[in-house]
Design a protein around this ligand. Structure first.
Ligand code: ATP
Length: 547
């Protein structure tokens, strides 16, 4: 039902057309059945032309019905993929971090293929369903008693089917939950491959406990589910033969039937046998898809939607003068644990064009503060203001567009995606040379020739993207940490001063204390608090004014 509702939700127009084409197809099948029966009753001449007409109409109706159903299911699938990705991108960053990548990845890589497989079956299921319904209607027209007996047996079949089926669903649901854990293990495997290769005992323990443990749960649950499902299928197939047996041998004991009528019943039943078996055979895929649709919907429902901030009037001035944080706070809470990290309240004022270093020990809250300043986290309390204008859901996206950020765990896109100035390639080539990467990387049509580089070189490519974005505020999170001493010096002594000279405001998270003297201000964080805000008057290596 979940799957049907999901498909129906895609396009009512196509659904109605598919139902009409399906009904025509079903009518043709029933007509064919009637005509074959008539022909067998030796009225061949009378039905020959009708039979030929139906034979022409049937493939036409079937073709259109299948095409429409395929369009409907593939359209719904496309819609689903895009919707999940949009929902993930539209959710607050903090919520995406809390949910973790495994849940979203399982939805995209596990649920979507399961739904795809089931959706492929929908045209076949619908066509066969229509054939069965048409055949039963014909049977009812021939003998209401026969139809009543068949329907009673079908109801019995469905009731008996439910028992193993609900058991199968329970196990498939468990397997699906375990798949999320398995996905985490796969991520650990791909990210930790070097560490696992170096340490045989760790590798064996990882394989034996994490991987085999999780994979074992998935395997066992799927196996139990399949056993229950096979039992349900066996019951279903058995019921098909029971229906045939009862109509052929039992019903005639209570209802006199002519030889012609008996041939008619037998013909209908033989005609319906294959479609009924096809329907039963499709149930496993449909049942698993129901669970997958539910999981995807749960994920979608659990994700909040951030205000897009695209309304008129949300734009902010590029040539702003003052950026303020007034009592801004943020907390990371872990459910059931007592280790909440709280940042703030932070009071801070930044003038346009300042070069600020944000320093402090590991875990003191620098990156968290950077995410708040860049508008990626909305403050839990307090306010961020730009020239006195509060940053709210209404203008947060416009506010984010003021920032070019290279985070410590940055991601490098293979192309200069979303950047489309006419002289983009030319500018990119210039910056590649500036970043001493022109011998390794080239740009053609906005696509980077490679991103398979050393970590320090990849960071330079991330800086290239920030250069090309050309936004008013630059934020670098330990950018220089992976650079060689020569280029580190270039970064602090040339790149940062050049950016400041071109009017950019720059916030640099750094542990490189020998360069702190180059900043206009050094902000120091400790345990989530801003404990120092030092103005640096003379710029030299020795003049870092510690708070
Ligand atoms: N995604 C997260 N979920 C939960 N807690 C987090 C998360 N990120 C950071 N924290 C907590 O917030 C604290 C501050 O982290 P943050 O990354 O802001 O520190 P930092 O000063 O940038 O550290 P470093 O110099 O090591 O990069 C950490 O001690 C950690 O406990």
């Amino acid at each position: 039902m979940k799957l049907l509702a999901f498909v129906a939700g895609y396009s009512r127009r196509i659904l109605v057309l598919a139902i009409l084409a399906g009904a025509l197809c079903g009518a043709c099948n029933t007509a064919l059945l009637v005509l074959i029966n008539e022909a067998l009753q030796r009225k061949r001449g009378a039905v020959m032309w009708s039979f030929a007409a139906v034979c022409l109409l049937l493939p036409f109706a079937r073709y259109h019905s299948e095409i429409l159903l395929t369009r409907l299911s593939q359209g719904a699938l496309f819609d689903l993929r895009v919707k999940i990705c949009r929902k993930i991108l539209g959710a607050p960053l903090r919520q995406i971090e809390e949910i973790g990548p495994s849940r979203a990845l399982t939805a995209l890589t596990d649920d979507v293929p399961v739904i795809t497989t089931a959706l492929m079956q929908i045209p076949i299921v619908c066509i066969n369903l229509v054939i069965v319904v048409g055949g039963l209607l014909y049977m009812g027209w021939m003998s209401p008693v026969m139809l009543a007996s068949v329907l009673a047996l079908i109801v019995l079949g469905i009731v008996g089917y439910q028992l193993p089926m609900s058991r199968a669903t329970r196990h498939f649901r468990r397997a699906r939950e375990a798949t999320e854990e398995l996905m985490k293990t796969f991520r650990a495997l791909t990210r930790g491959v070097k560490e696992l290769k170096l340490h045989a005992r760790r590798r064996e323990a990882f394989l034996a406990t994490s991987l085999e443990g999780e994979a074992g749960v998935v395997q066992a649950s799927n196996l139990r589910g399949m056993v229950a499902l096979t039992a349900a299928n066996g019951w279903g197939q058995g019921m098909v033969f029971t229906i045939i047996g009862v109509t052929l041998f039992v019903v005639p004991l209570f209802q006199e039937a002519s030889a012609e009528a008996s041939i008619g019943y037998a013909l209908v039943l033989l005609y319906l046998m294959t479609p009924m078996q096809v329907l039963i055979g499709a149930l496993p895929a449909l049942s698993r898809a129901g669970i997958a649709v539910q999981k995807v919907e749960d994920l979608g429902a659990s994700l909040k939607v951030e205000a897009s901030g695209a309304e008129a009037g949300a734009a902010l001035p590029e040539r702003w003068k003052r950026l303020e944080l007034a009592g801004v706070t943020h907390a990371y809470r872990s459910e059931g644990k007592d280790d909440t990290f709280t940042l703030g309240p932070i009071h801070l004022s930044v003038r346009r064009g300042e070069l600020i270093f944000l320093v402090g020990g590991n875990g003191s809250g620098k990156t968290t503060l950077a995410k708040l300043i860049a508008g990626l986290y909305a403050p839990e309390s307090g306010q961020i203001r730009l020239d006195g204008e509060a940053i709210t859901d209404r203008n947060r996206q416009a506010y984010r567009e003021l920032f070019s950020v290279v985070f410590f765990d940055f991601h490098l896109f293979e192309s200069l995606i979303g950047l489309d100035s006419p002289e983009l390639t030319q500018r990119a080539r210039g910056y590649l040379s500036r970043l001493q990467l022109d011998h390794k990387v080239s740009v053609e049509g906005g696509v980077l020739s490679t991103t398979s580089l050393s970590q320090g070189q990849r960071k330079r490519l991330a800086l290239l993207t920030a250069y090309l974005e050309d936004r008013p505020v630059y934020l670098f999170d330990e950018w220089a940490a992976d650079q060689d001493p020569v280029f580190k010096d270039v970064f602090y002594r040339q790149i940062l001063p050049e950016l400041r000279a071109s009017g950019k405001t720059i916030l640099v998270i750094s542990h490189d204390d020998r360069y702190f003297g180059l900043a206009d201000r050094v902000l120091k964080m400790d345990f989530g608090q801003l404990v120092g805000d030092a103005q640096v008057t003379v710029r030299s290596d020795e003049t870092y004014a510690s708070a």
